[in-house]
Design a protein. Sequence first.
Lengths: 225, 225
Amino acid sequence: MLPTTGLPYGTVPRLERPGPLRDRVYGALLELITTRALQPGQHLVESELAGHLGVSRQPVREALQRLNTEGWVDLRPAQGAFVHEPTDEEADQLLTVRTLLEAEAARLAAANAGSAGIAALEELCAQGESAVAADDVDAAVALNARLHAKVMELAGNAVLAELAGQVDRRVRWYYTPVARQRGRQSWTEHRELIAAIADRDEQRATAIMRHHTEHTRKMYHDREK
Amino acid sequence: MLPTTGLPYGTVPRLERPGPLRDRVYGALLELITTRALQPGQHLVESELAGHLGVSRQPVREALQRLNTEGWVDLRPAQGAFVHEPTDEEADQLLTVRTLLEAEAARLAAANAGSAGIAALEELCAQGESAVAADDVDAAVALNARLHAKVMELAGNAVLAELAGQVDRRVRWYYTPVARQRGRQSWTEHRELIAAIADRDEQRATAIMRHHTEHTRKMYHDREK
DNA sequence: GCGCCGTAGACTGTAGGCGAAAACCAATTC
DNA sequence: GAATTGGTTTTCGCCTACAGTCTACGGCGC
């Protein structure tokens, strides 16, 4: 029992604290990288970024450190940070791992999900389908991410979610051109997945998710030609 | 063709460069944490560590950042770094993920390994068995890690190896008391695994590795009682 | 005696500065 | 004309200093 004031929640403006500067710098840089504003291979100069963001070099350094450990930039000693250049081989390996993690998440979701969670999935799926019907690609992509995140949440494994989150973001970075094209079929597969989860059918959920992510991988390889 | 001097390789001492200070601080702190010199929940004061290591606060900060993203320490805003306290739930989730990653690695190793790689595995396994026979627990533990790392290497998936490496280290941190006890049976399972890989039997390799890691998980839960 | 407030201490978060290593470019020599 | 070498510039790595914030403790009022 935290407060004794009797105030209902939400009445207090919750005075927003900006939070550590390095985190905001991290978010900003990640945004710039994923949106291709900073292109792969580009040399990121600390002082430039600092001046551009209106902060000192220190928060920029710490943000670059984090981006380095998460694989977004390569930090060559005594040279600085360079936006990571994805290779075809690495993209393929990332997709393999993603398939693995997402399939496991689907299995755990099928095992653990409650009716409320399944309802949430169906809600997201319905929104996604209508977005596709309205040719709203951006909304469809966003809802796709939220759907996968929800499945991951229902799996109830925080460690798995953490890893999958990182892998997913990088996969989306590599495949944004591809992912935008495959809208309609993706959502019918989502429907099947939700049905399997609702049936508590772990095997089927795993298989569908595996097939689903493998399908995106196929599309990538077709694109290369 | 690099040199035109005609000097044979190895004659030059290759004067070792200390490398970035932050990396060495990172290694030192990781060592201190895994060896329990720094206990879970302990408050890590930057200036103390800096003074103790004979460096400034800056490299310490960057090392702590990295340790934070990798889950070794928790970084509470405006309070500092605290050694991460593992919970039973988290340990279980980590083991689930580890099982997943190692099993996939075994499958890929079975699919891709060459005869040289298999020979290396058998060599490591033989060394491990003799270490167990000699009751050299430390050597057995080290060889166990090297064997798993070798399987991961043979899998030929750098992304998978990266994730598995982090998960494995943390699992070993949680389970060091347990892992030391289960020596003998572990190595018979390793033998079976290598046989399956040598036979290029992906299914069997996956199953054995899954069973193998699940077995350690069981031992953990038994230990709690 | 109990609880609240104010103050002091400590630590983190951020900024700026100095030395050093690497890259770049031009001049020089073979 | 090509390779090398020397100097110059840019940038990083690290240190030091200052401001903001959280915690803890002692005094004060009730």
